[in-house]
Write a protein that binds this ligand. Structure first.
Ligand SMILES: [Ca+2]
Ligand SMILES: [Ca+2]
Length: 213
């Protein structure tokens, strides 16, 4: 009788514990898996513009080398029980840079689409973002960083919006000129080959006037 009571209490505590720490259908940052299947282990860079006119993830570059690379990110969202979370909203899944140097417009680094029936989503289309960051890229779900799969990723960001205020204007041109004629800074190495030259000027010119939607 006493044993039965104790067992009952124990089961009760287990159930309450499970409810507290895990809820079916809620994405879990450890069970969800993010991968960058085509990166080949290289550190990559992605050029952004606030209006989404920067490079898609399949047009990333190897940092300091400039070689073409594919930084497309794929994710499968699962809950704490390992079950697929389908139709999870795109706006609740976003990219963040570890030093917060990459500054997305509102919703500008969200996933491409809601998770499908297999819990699958991607980051392939260009971000709407400014600023730069040479730290790692984290995948956030509901504000929690995913650590399942290969996340975080060696993906650096820069943008013709060097100042990170959501618009490319004369302030950014001034910052760009300072780097072009001064010390090297990845923040303005838009064609990420480790040197400042006409390729970077071209991307700066492409960005002038671009603003967050
Ligand atoms: Ca700016
Ligand atoms: Ca360059």
């Amino acid at each position: 009788m006493v044993l039965r009571k104790i067992t009952g209490l124990f089961v009760c505590a287990l159930v309450i514990g499970s409810v507290a720490f895990a809820t079916a259908g809620i994405p879990d940052p450890g069970e969800s898996t993010a991968t960058m299947p085509n990166a080949g282990g290289a550190s990559l860079a992605l050029f952004n513009l606030p209006n989404g006119g920067g490079n898609g993830f399949d047009s990333a570059q190897v940092v300091g080398d400039g070689a073409a690379a594919d930084a497309t990110i794929e994710m499968i969202v699962r809950d704490a029980f390992g079950d697929i979370v389908a139709n999870f909203p795109a706006e609740d899944m976003w990219l963040a840079s570890t030093n917060s140097g990459m500054v997305p417009c509102i919703g500008g680094s969200a996933a491409d689409q809601n998770t499908d029936v297999d819990g699958f989503t991607t980051w392939a289309t260009a971000l709407a973002a400014g600023g730069s960051d040479v730290g790692t890229c984290e995948i956030m779900i509901n504000g929690e960083a995913v650590f399942g799969g290969d996340a975080p990723f060696a993906l650096a960001f820069n943008s013709a919006d060097i100042s990170g205020d959501g618009v490319v204007n004369l302030v950014d041109v001034g910052l760009f000129s300072g780097i072009l004629f001064g010390d090297y800074d990845f923040a303005a190495d838009f064609f990420a080959d480790g040197v400042m030259n006409l390729a970077d000027v071209g991307r700066m010119a492409l960005g002038i006037g671009a603003a967050c939607p």
